[in-house]
Design a protein. Structure first.
Length: 425
């Protein structure tokens, strides 16, 4: 069996499973956030009774991060109501809650916060009411997004209906060129596969390139697997994984590896030794070109943040670019640390001072502009470059705006140059 087949066999009490089979897998961790938790709670109570209790409150985590800044750009009383309903549900049920730490500021974006707080370990089955739950596959867990009804059932029973997926393997080899990041890699893969190229499957990343990527970068690879249509982006645990997990959690975990004779739907082999920075044109993440093939594209907005682009490594790449430089006239750059811990680390390392001196605006932690719910959104007919994961029409602002996706480094250079670029001097 493959890694994902072994994970689902173990979780469903089977000795063997194969792609296409339906199993009921026991869930080790259930995640929801303020954009969806209230509808899940409503469905849960309607179907299991007003006095219903979670199957295991210690395995449910709720995070306030998605709509908590929306009122900075428009009046949205529904967002406030959903937030309050989530808080009430968490208090009634006694589950884990990461509330706002101050008005409009998240403890962290859920997909970065949960590994950071030690909730994610290799071998787990994780379900979340968010498509980017696949991020946690970077730690050797099977992690996938589910709908409102599915999560309400998980709350009650602790298991989820799952059709065993087939696996696409991505062998990433070569020596990564200087300044090429995981964002460039996953955008390149998106350009090769398309947004539907891995629909309903697992993308498993392997190869010598993985050893060259720090932990934060692995999260980016797994995070954007869903942009290819995949239900999970998976990385086999190694020493980098073990070191990260042991620094965050004292709980034991069991690593699971695939059989040597496991069968995969397809194996892609990419030598990335000559990969150049990649950019996704609007309006889809798979409209990818090497930056050398991109037409001259002036910008007025730049954004470095989100679960994809607000990690400490992302901020380090931006700080290296912005050290001693200034933003181009007419360009606004917004930088959003993905958690309070990351903000504090960035401050201690001097990154926040570098950003401020360059003229960037440092915003509160949260999803914000990535989902058109905070400062930094595109205005009418505006063009921006974002280190986020999606650039669909209206995703990050006015539907007439144009959003290009790139790495945090490319975004920072573009903000200095006033147009999309990777050439500093």
């Amino acid at each position: 069996m493959t890694l994902v087949e072994k994970l689902l066999a173990k979780a469903s009490g089977n000795s063997y499973v194969r792609p296409g089979e339906v199993v009921f897998a026991q869930v080790d961790l259930a995640l929801s956030h303020d954009a969806v938790a209230a509808p899940v709670a409503k469905t849960f109570y309607e179907n299991y009774g007003e006095g219903a209790k979670l199957w295991d409150a210690q395995k449910v985590v709720l995070v306030a991060d998605h709509f908590i800044q929306v009122n900075d750009i428009r009046d949205d009383r529904r967002a406030d109501l959903m937030y309050q309903q989530m808080i009430q549900f968490a208090q009634d049920q006694g589950c884990h809650l990461f509330d706002m730490v101050s008005p409009g500021e998240a403890a962290g974006i859920c997909h970065v916060l949960l590994p950071e707080k030690g909730f994610v370990r290799p071998g787990m089955i994780i379900a979340g009411t968010d498509s980017h739950t696949c991020t946690h596959g970077a730690l050797g867990a099977f992690a996938t997004g589910v709908g409102t009804t599915d999560m309400a059932n998980i709350y009650a029973t602790g298991d989820m209906w799952m059709r065993v997926p087939s696996t696409l393997v991505f062998e990433l080899s070569g020596n990564l060129p200087p300044h090429i990041s995981a964002k460039d890699i996953i955008l390149f893969i998106l350009g090769q596969l398309s947004c539907a190229g891995a629909t309903g499957k697992v993308m498993e990343f392997r190869g010598s390139i993985l050893a060259q990527l720090p932990f934060d970068e692995r999260l980016t690879l797994a995070n954007m697997a869903v942009e290819c249509g995949a239900i999970c982006g998976l990385i086999v645990p190694d020493e980098i994984t073990r070191n990260y997990v042991s620094s965050r959690s004292q709980q034991e975990f069991t690593e699971i590896i695939a059989d040597a004779d496991a069968e995969y739907e397809k194996v892609y082999q990419f030598d990335l030794s000559h990969l150049e920075p990649q950019v996704a044109r609007p309006p889809k993440p798979d409209q990818v070109v090497p930056i050398s093939q991109l037409e001259d594209t002036p910008i007025t907005k730049a954004f470095i943040g989100s679960c994809t682009g607000g990690k400490l490594y992302d901020l380090a790449q931006a700080a290296e670019v912005l050290q001693g430089r200034q933003l181009a006239d007419g360009v606004n750059l917004y930088i959003v640390p993905a958690s309070i811990e990351i903000r504090e680390q960035a401050k201690a390392l001097g990154y926040l001072d570098i950003f401020a001196q360059a003229g960037a605006q440092i915003l509160k932690s949260g999803c914000g502009a990535c989902i058109n719910s905070g400062i930094g959104v595109l205005d009418k007919e505006e063009t921006g470059i974002y280190a986020t994961n999606r650039n669909f029409k209206g995703r990050s602002g006015d539907p007439t705006g144009k959003n290009y996706l790139a790495s945090p480094r490319t975004v920072a250079i573009s903000a200095v140059k006033g147009k999309i670029s990777t050439l500093l001097d």
